[in-house]
Design a protein around this ligand. Structure first.
Ligand SMILES: Cc1cc2nc3c(=O)[nH]c(=O)nc-3n(C[C@H](O)[C@H](O)[C@H](O)COP(=O)(O)OP(=O)(O)OC[C@H]3O[C@@H](n4cnc5c(N)ncnc54)[C@H](O)[C@@H]3O)c2cc1C
Length: 435
C-alpha cells in the first residue's frame, strides 16, 4: 500500500538528494513533508554539495546516465536552477604522462560525446596544447602532452547556492525544516509488523520521537549509521578539495574558463566572483574510514577530522596548476578539506525501500560522487518510484550487501577512477609511523 499525499513524510538529510526529493514531492501535491538536517543551516556543512561548484557533464560511458544528464541540463536551464548553472564547457584531457587507464577512459568519454546526436555538435577535438589555448586563452601553462576534447554542452553548477535556492523554494511550498539538534536524527524507530517490522518514525538527538508514515533517508556519506543494513554495499569515501584565493583582477581574467580536467591530475573551475576562490580537486582513489569491527566505512562525525588534505594531493593540485595556470602553482591552498560521499562498486544510485520494513523506509544513496548534476530532477525519480510502489529501474533497486566480514570493493574497479583508496587513519596529519 503506497503513501497518500497527506501522510506525514520525514526526509532525513537536507543535502542534494533530500532537498530535491522534498521539492518534487510538494510539486506533486504531497502536503506533509518535513526535512530533518543535523546542521543548523542550509547548505549544510556536512553535505558533499556544500561547495562552490560541481561538474555538470552530460557524457557518460553508460548511455543510461548520459540521457538522464541531458534531461537534468534542460532542467538546470529552468528559472529555479538557471542562476546556478554555468555552461562554461568541459575541457576533458589527459596529460602526456597519463597512465593507460586514464587514456582509455578519456577515449570512452569522447566516444560517448561523439556518439550522441545532441552532444556531438558541441564537441571540439583538442589535439595538443595549441588547440587548448585556441579554445581557452587563459590556460597559459605548458600543458605538456595534453590532448582530449572540449564539450561546450557541459559546465558546472554552484552547488551551495543551488541548495539554498531549493531550500527557500521548498520552504515556500510548505516543507517544514528541523535543523541542528532538533534535526539531527539518532535512529529510525521500528515497531513489529506482520512482515517483520515497520518504521513508526524517527528519534532525534534531543530524545524526541517524531511519527511518520514514511522515512526517506538521504544522509549522504553518513547513511550507514542510520541504515546499517547497507553493510559494505555503500562505502563512505572522500576526496580532497582546496582553493586558491585570487585577486579581483585574477578572478576577472579567468571568467568563463571551462571546467579543466586532466584525468590523471585532477580538475579546476572558473573562480567564484563572490569569494574569489578557485576550486581544485585532485584525481585519486579517495579515502575511506573503515570500522575495524564491522568492516564498514563511515563518514567521521566531526568536520574537524576532515579539515585537511594529504600531502600527495597537494602536490597533485600544484602539478595541475603548473600545467595550466602556472602563476598560481605556489600560492597558498586554502579551505582544505576531505569531502565525503556514498560510493557503490557499480556507481549506481540506490532509490528503493529498505527490505522488510513494510515499505515504510526509503533509502536514497549510492551517489558515487556523480549525483549533484542530477539535482534538478533527482526528486522526480523518487516521486515516480513512490507512485509506482516499486523501483522499476533495476539498477537502482536495493542490492543485498556482501556477507559480514567480506571486504567491500572500494571502487578501485570503477573505470573513471585512478588510484587505490587509502584509510583515513593512514593519512591523518601528525600520524606517527609504527616502524
Ligand atoms: C569531492 C567531491 C566532488 C564531487 N563532485 C561532483 C561533481 O563534480 N559532479 C556531480 O554531479 N557530483 C559530484 N559529487 C557528488 C555530489 O556532491 C553528491 O552526489 C551529492 O551531494 C549527494 O547528495 P546526498 O543528498 O546523497 O548527500 P549530501 O549532499 O552529502 O547530503 C547529506 C545530508 O544528510 C545530512 N545528514 C547526515 N546524517 C544525518 C542525520 N543523522 N540526521 C540529519 N541529517 C543528517 C548531512 O548533514 C547532509 O546535509 C562530488 C562529491 C564529492 C565528495
Amino acid at each position: 500500500m503506497g503513501v497518500s499525499k497527506s501522510d506525514p513524510i520525514i526526509i532525513v538529510g537536507g543535502g542534494a538528494f533530500g532537498l530535491s526529493t522534498a521539492l518534487h514531492l510538494t510539486r506533486d501535491g504531497f502536503t506533509n513533508v518535513a526535512i530533518y538536517e543535523k546542521d543548523d543551516h542550509i547548505p549544510p556543512r556536512f553535505s558533499a554539495a556544500n561547495d562552490l561548484n560541481k561538474i555538470v557533464r552530460a557524457e557518460y560511458e553508460d548511455p543510461f546516465y548520459t540521457d538522464l544528464t541531458i534531461k537534468a541540463i534542460a532542467a538546470w536551464k529552468t528559472p529555479l536552477f538557471a542562476p546556478h548553472f554555468h555552461q562554461t564547457g568541459f575541457l576533458h584531457c589527459v596529460s602526456g604522462n597519463a597512465p593507460q587507464k586514464a587514456v582509455e577512459t578519456l577515449g570512452r568519454f569522447r566516444a560517448a560525446a561523439d556518439g550522441n546526436a545532441q552532444l556531438k555538435p558541441h564537441v571540439v577535438p583538442l589535439k595538443g596544447d595549441e588547440d587548448i589555448r585556441e579554445a581557452c586563452w587563459q590556460l597559459n601553462g605548458p600543458l605538456t602532452g595534453w590532448n582530449g576534447y572540449l564539450n561546450r554542452f557541459d559546465g558546472y553548477a554552484h552547488s551551495g547556492n543551488a541548495l539554498k535556492a531549493v531550500y527557500r523554494a521548498a520552504q515556500a511550498s510548505g516543507v517544514r525544516f528541523y535543523l541542528g539538534e532538533r534535526g539531527a536524527v539518532d535512529e529510525i524507530v521500528y515497531v513489529s509488523a506482520s512482515k517483520g517490522r515497520k518504521s513508526s518514525g524517527i528519534r532525534t538527538k534531543d530524545g524526541k520521537f517524531h511519527p511518520s508514515s514514511l522515512v526517506i533517508v538521504a544522509a549522504g556519506g553518513a547513511v550507514g549509521r542510520l541504515v546499517p543494513e547497507l553493510g559494505t554495499k555503500v562505502v563512505a569515501k572522500s576526496w580532497s578539495v582546496a582553493h586558491v584565493h585570487l585577486t579581483d583582477e585574477e578572478t576577472s581574467m579567468l571568467r568563463n574558463i571551462p571546467v579543466t580536467y586532466a584525468r590523471d591530475l585532477g580538475f579546476l573551475f572558473e573562480p567564484d566572483p563572490e569569494t574569489n576562490l578557485l576550486k581544485i580537486c585532485p584525481m585519486g582513489g579517495g579515502y575511506i574510514n573503515t570500522d575495524a569491527q564491522t568492516g564498514v566505512s563511515h563518514m567521521p562525525g566531526s568536520l574537524e577530522e576532515s579539515a585537511f588534505i594529504p600531502e600527495h594531493d597537494e602536490k597533485q593540485m600544484r602539478k595541475l596548476l603548473a600545467h595550466t595556470l602556472p602563476a598560481l602553482k605556489d600560492r597558498p591552498l586554502v579551505r582544505r578539506s576531505l569531502c565525503w560521499f556514498a560510493d557503490t562498486d557499480d556507481s549506481d544510485f540506490i532509490i528503493d525501500y529498505l527490505p522488510e520494513t513494510s515499505d515504510s523506509v526509503v533509502v536514497l544513496s549510492g551517489d558515487s560522487g556523480h549525483g549533484f548534476k542530477m539535482f534538478p530532477i533527482f526528486g522526480s525519480w523518487v516521486r515516480d518510484f513512490l507512485g509506482a510502489g516499486q523501483q522499476q529501474i533495476t539498477r537502482w533497486r536495493w542490492k543485498q550487501p556482501k556477507p559480514a566480514g567480506e571486504k567491500g570493493n572500494w571502487g578501485g574497479d570503477v573505470s573513471w577512477r585512478i588510484g587505490e583508496s587509502k584509510e583515513l587513519a593512514e593519512i591523518r596529519p601528525g600520524r606517527s609511523s609504527k616502524l
